[in-house]
Design a protein around this ligand. Structure first.
Ligand SMILES: *Cc1c(COP(=O)(O)O)cnc(C)c1O
Length: 383
């Protein structure tokens, strides 16, 4: 049996008729950049997130960058984020001329540890970007409380958390701005590049709208130096079509996570993701932890089970950020996640027998002196 990590074709086949009709609509209007399909998506996505405004952009990376610029983050400023995220979170900070400052994450959730936050705030700190990693919201209440006390902006990197809930609120709707990516493999994925910022702040909304379109409120009247960062019409049409399925798809992901957890709960070498009653995790990634990670990954690959690692090298140890001079050991919890995390196949269309096959392959893995994983002693070491 083959279990792909992701299966975009399976999803397309379920909705192909609707997608084709939506794309035909864009062709009929010849509205290839921005236009009615994008506006309609923005409206429905804002409503879905429970906020007043959404701005469609070219990517999630742009969403982060535009939000920072709109909050006047620039050279000389520091922005606090986590080292175990996709590089885009830090790149967006660097692109403004500001400096990313990292703070370690919690051992149980891999999200920003609010208890460490105050220790990295300086005179230069301007904003904080918690990342809702894997689809699990970061612990926003203490982060917002600290931000208010120090008068800092907060931008949620919700690029993996479409539809996730934190104490009943949608991921992305809690801070000054929420940034989303619609990269094809995300829980809500376009058929190309796309992203969005959601916010309740009208001034911020207007600034980002200007920014994405060369700073022009009307053609050839440029109020600020902006950029070309508009969403294209086809992506708006695809996203609007897919948005109504997102709750269903997230439910399917959650039920697959439950199935994995049921099958693997007695497997001693594997730490399963923790569920919290305060959050609704939407499992963009189903990440387990194991000290046998690299060998297990190879073994599963050989058995036809495609897995991934999110992320194998934390940002402070990437060559691109070597200039920050942050040696190994700087963020022990994030580093430990990088060394032990393993992402199992996860997408709404995943079949029960594929989950079973994956779980059985993990339990049969010869972890210790030829003994299968299910007989290995002790839990995977925690941080
Ligand atoms: C995908 C992702 C991004 C970047 O989004 P793009 O649309 O690929 O530019 C940023 N942050 C996180 C956490 C992501 O997963």
């Amino acid at each position: 049996m083959f279990v792909p990590f992701l299966d975009l074709k399976a999803q397309l086949e379920n909705i192909r008729g609707e997608i084709t009709a939506a794309l035909e609509g864009v062709l009929a209007d010849c509205a290839f950049v921005s236009g009615p399909a994008v506006s309609a998506f923005e409206e429905s996505f804002a409503e879905f997130c429970g906020v007043r405004y959404a701005v469609g952009l070219g990517s999630g990376t742009s969403a982060l960058w535009a939000s920072l610029l709109a909050l006047d983050v620039g050279p000389g400023d520091e922005v606090i984020t986590v080292p175990n995220t996709f590089i885009a979170t830090a790149e967006a900070v660097s692109k403004t001329g500001a400096r990313p400052v990292f703070v370690d994450v919690r051992p149980d959730t891999a999200c920003m540890d609010p208890e460490l936050l105050e220790s990295v705030i300086t005179e230069k700190t301007k904003a904080i970007i918690p990342v809702h990693l894997y689809g699990r919201p970061a612990d926003m209440d203490p982060i917002m409380e600290i931000a208010r006390a120090y008068r800092l902006h907060v931008i949620e990197d919700a690029c993996q958390a479409h539809g996730a809930l934190y104490k009943g609120k949608r991921a992305g709707s809690i801070a000054d701005a929420g940034c989303f990516s619609f990269y094809p493999g995300k829980n809500l994925g376009a058929y190309g590049e796309a992203g969005a910022v959601v916010t309740n702040d009208e001034a911020l909304y207007r600034k980002i709208r200007l920014f994405r379109d060369h700073g022009q409120p009307e053609k050839y009247r440029h109020e600020m130096i902006g950029w070309n960062d508009r969403m294209d019409g086809f992506q708006g049409a695809v996203l609007r079509t897919k948005l109504k399925y997102l709750p269903l798809w997230n439910e399917a992901r959650r039920s697959h996570a439950e199935a994995y957890a049921g099958l693997l709960s007695d497997c001693p070498g594997i730490d399963l993701p923790v569920e919290s009653p305060l959050c609704r995790h939407v499992y963009h990634i189903f990440a387990v932890r194991t000290e046998f990670r690299d060998d297990l990954l190879r073994d599963l690959q050989a058995k036809g089970v495609q897995c991934g690692i999110h992320y194998p090298v934390p940002i402070h140890l990437q060559k691109a950020y070597r200039f920050l001079n942050l040696p190994r050991g700087s963020y022990p919890v994030a580093e430990s996640w990088a060394d032990t995390t393993l992402s199992l196949p996860m997408y709404p269309e995943l079949k029960e027998e594929q989950i079973r096959h994956t779980a059985e392959a993990i339990m049969d893995f010869p972890a210790e002196r030829g003994k299968p994983m299910s007989a290995a002693r002790g839990k995977a070491s925690r941080v």
